[in-house]
Design a protein around this ligand. Structure first.
Ligand code: NAP
Length: 229
């Protein structure tokens, strides 16, 4: 059965998943890159960006496993780009250039309709204006039995969590303080929603925490399970 997975979602010690004031110069928000300093040196990240080097180890292992078995993605509109309000034209095509690293259908939540955008390498961005349930239905159908990865950003993950629709949530907890930005869990009682920590493992630059809904904890195919440690 297709699962909805959040993978490699970086969070600061004080709980932020993005810095404040996102714009073209600061796609991750101001200070946001500190969240991703565990990911940038990995082989997984380097290969996504066309290099053939990169570190292996725990951080790389969990990052690579996060891409396995994924047949479609869901993103929020701010993760797709810095453009707000009605789309002025079709010129914004995401942060990732002509060949984005998805290679499968990607469903972008937005209040502003836009025709689908076909990119090199198999990525097609579909813009969904009917809300989180519609996006999940469409992504699940497109995934053809594989899992759906919920890429973010913060507001999008929060909505799916609050609706109890996330099956697995892998957080990469970074030892940094952001002080402000987009807070992942503020006001969400994840415990009451049925989530619990299935395991954690220390990586080179982040601690990886794998949350699952309690009804899924026996599932041996959860990607965190076969990670190191
Ligand atoms: N920590 C990590 O690992 C990680 C991962 C991914 C992204 N990020 C970061 O997170 C930040 C973006 O997160 P964010 O919280 O600002 O925004 P987001 O979740 O990416 O996008 C929010 C926007 O998506 C649209 N949207 C969301 N839910 C919707 C719904 N139910 N119906 C219709 N439209 C909906 C709305 O845009 P409109 O109303 O404008 O259409 C909303 O303002 C970026 O800085 C990104 O780099 C961090």
């Amino acid at each position: 059965m297709s699962r909805l997975r959040v993978q490699s979602f970086a969070v600061s010690l004080d709980g932020y998943g993005a810095g404040p004031d996102q714009d073209r110069q600061n796609p991750l928000g101001v200070g946001g890159p500190e969240l991703f300093e565990w990911f940038f040196p990995t082989r997984a990240w380097r290969r996504m960006h066309g290099y053939d080097d990169g570190e292996t180890g725990v951080d790389n292992d969990v990052a690579e496993k996060g891409f396995a078995g994924v047949g479609a993605w869901i993103l929020g509109r701010n993760m797709f780009g810095p453009v707000r309000g009605p789309w002025p034209d079709d010129s914004w095509k995401g942060w990732w250039g002509e060949e984005p690293p998805y290679h499968v259908p990607v469903f972008v939540l937005t209040h502003y309709p836009r025709p689908p955008l076909r990119m090199a390498g198999g990525t097609v961005f579909h813009f969904v204006t009917e809300g989180i349930h519609a996006a999940l239905e469409q992504a699940t159908a497109a995934a053809g039995g594989r899992d759906v990865r919920l890429g973010g950003g913060v507001a999008t993950v929060r909505q799916y969590l609050q609706a109890g629709l996330v099956d697995e949530l892998h957080l990469a907890l970074r030892p940094v303080l952001l002080g402000s930005g987009e807070h992942l869990l503020h006001g969400i009682d994840a415990r009451a929603l049925g989530y619990a920590c299935a395991r954690s493992v220390a990586g080179e630059r982040a601690t990886h925490v794998f949350l699952q809904r309690r009804d899924h904890q026996a599932d041996p195919s959860f990607p965190g399970r076969e990670a190191t440690g």
